[in-house]
Write a protein that binds this ligand. Structure first.
Ligand code: ATP
Ligand code: MG
Length: 436
């Protein structure tokens, strides 16, 4: 069983390790959660903290809980910049109600004895612990870090009672920094109030983007860009108009692929902290020039003034490889307000470049993994989404394509090998760094 992609091998070397466990509904995860976990990590010298969103929380059956996948995605977004944090879908993957003790037992079984478990909990949650299933076993199998929280202090009778049981080791951490709760965040969204600085910005984007906590219509649905302006290239109107244009430019099958890429790019962007509006626009426009024949492509390269940049022999032998570059050039000419990084991602989606920006990688990957693609072991790549970092996912996807090209005896742009070598070397260096 996999607990956490990053910390599954913690303690495998036999050295003493400390693992923090941060359980919660995380509906949504907010700065209070993050700051508490970080403070616990620092104070108790934890080697890692794993956030474990609940599946069906037993204490919250009274209200509709947001889909587990959304809560998980938001935790993922929130923790990715902290190398000591990871998320586990352990409880979400389990059917039915979630009991903390089952999770603690699963972790205890998974990790060797030299890994000490620390269950991190807020004062409010701690006050209910004696009602939890097999609660004494929680105390036997893990230490507790109890964090005070505005409005909830530790009450002495609870402390005494836990003491009296003789199985709990509790450390009390007085911090009470953030009087933020998920309930407050949800209420604010429902009332159309700002949640800036209550949750991290990627989580805010996710909430707005997916219309969470909000009854029906939502003005801010366009994520990081403001919708509505006819000329705003990241707005809804521009997107719709170009989508309409594409119907005349490419065939039905191609359009379906394009829609898949735009959607996949948006999803990847949200997972990897890239601007989702830019990602879906670049996804939508990446095959803008896919409707031309080989000969027409050669003309197009000339007409757009790209012939000085591109080796004419290559344009003759593999004209279609350049549809990314011609699309970017043509779009830049026609719609100068399209952001340059969007154009760059479009230009680079065929052969890649050194180095790729995050947006470049998102588009490249989306092109390969959109739902319409069905070949071979592509599902292995899909399974990595969100589990590995963006560069690793890009490297694996690129590698897959190189293999595919070789297998199908297709010609390859000479830059391909350089891009491959660059990212393969970096991949090797990362693996080596992980080992020591
Ligand atoms: P809700 O308002 O829906 O109950 P919440 O903000 O309490 O949400 P949970 O997911 O229930 O969030 O909390 C997970 C864990 O984090 C609990 O142990 C809780 O006590 C703790 N926690 C949440 N917010 C804070 C905070 N601001 N300060 C300290 N601990 C917190
Ligand atoms: Mg709570």
């Amino acid at each position: 069983m996999i607990i956490s992609a990053l910390f599954d091998d913690l303690g495998a070397d036999g050295a003493p390790r400390r693992l923090g466990i941060m359980g919660g509904t995380f509906d949504p995860i907010h700065l209070g959660h993050l700051a508490c976990a970080e403070q616990a990590r620092e104070t108790f010298g934890l080697d890692a903290v794993i956030f474990i969103p609940t599946g069906m929380p037993v204490f919250k059956l009274d209200r509709a809980i947001t889909a587990a996948q959304d809560r998980l995605a938001m935790v993922q977004l929130a923790i990715r910049s902290n190398p000591f944090f990871d998320v586990s879908s352990l409880e979400i993957d389990r059917e039915g109600c979630t009991y903390t003790i089952d999770t603690i037992r699963a972790l205890r079984d998974h990790y060797p004895d030299n890994v000490e478990l620390f269950f991190i909990t807020g004062a409010d949650a701690l006050s209910t612990i004696l009602r939890w299933r097999d609660c004494d076993d929680i105390g036997r199998l893990s230490r507790l870090i109890a964090i005070s929280r505005p409005g909830f202090s530790f009450d002495d009778s609870l402390k005494a009672e836990l003491d009296a049981r003789g199985v709990y080791r509790v450390d009390y951490l007085e911090t009470a920094r953030f009087s933020i709760s998920s309930s407050e965040v949800r209420e604010r969204v429902a009332q159309g109030k700002s949640i800036r600085y209550l949750v991290i910005s990627e989580v805010r984007n996710y909430i707005l983007e997916h219309g969470l906590y909000k009854p029906a219509q939502d003005e801010e649905l366009q994520g990081t860009s403001q919708a509505g302006f006819q000329d705003d290239p990241l707005g809804k109107a521009f997107y719709k108009a170009r989508h309409k244009d594409l119907k005349d430019r490419v065939g039905k099958k191609r359009l379906k692929h394009i829609e898949g890429v735009a959607q996949t790019a948006r999803d990847l962007a949200l997972i990897y902290g890239v601007d989702p509006a830019k990602a879906s626009l670049a996804g939508l426009l990446h095959d803008w020039d896919k409707g031309y024949s080989g000969e027409q492509m050669q003309e197009r390269v000339q007409e757009l003034g790209l012939d000085e940049l591109i080796d004419p022999r290559l344009v003759r032998s593999m004209p279609q490889v350049f549809h990314g570059q011609t699309a970017a050039a043509a779009l830049a000419r026609e719609y100068p307000s399209i952001p340059i990084d969007v154009l760059q991602a479009i230009a680079r989606h065929t052969t890649g470049a050194i180095p790729m920006s995050d947006l470049d990688m998102v588009i490249y990957i989306a092109d390969a993994l959109e739902p319409g693609r069905t070949y071979g072991t592509i599902d292995d790549l899909r399974a990595m989404v969100g589990k590995v970092d963006l560069e690793e996912l890009f490297y694996q996807t690129y590698r897959y394509w190189v293999i595919l090209l070789l297998e199908q005896a297709k010609t390859m742009h000479p830059d391909t090998i350089e891009v491959y070598n660059f990212y393969a070397a970096r991949h090797g260096a990362r693996k080596a760094a992980e080992r020591d």
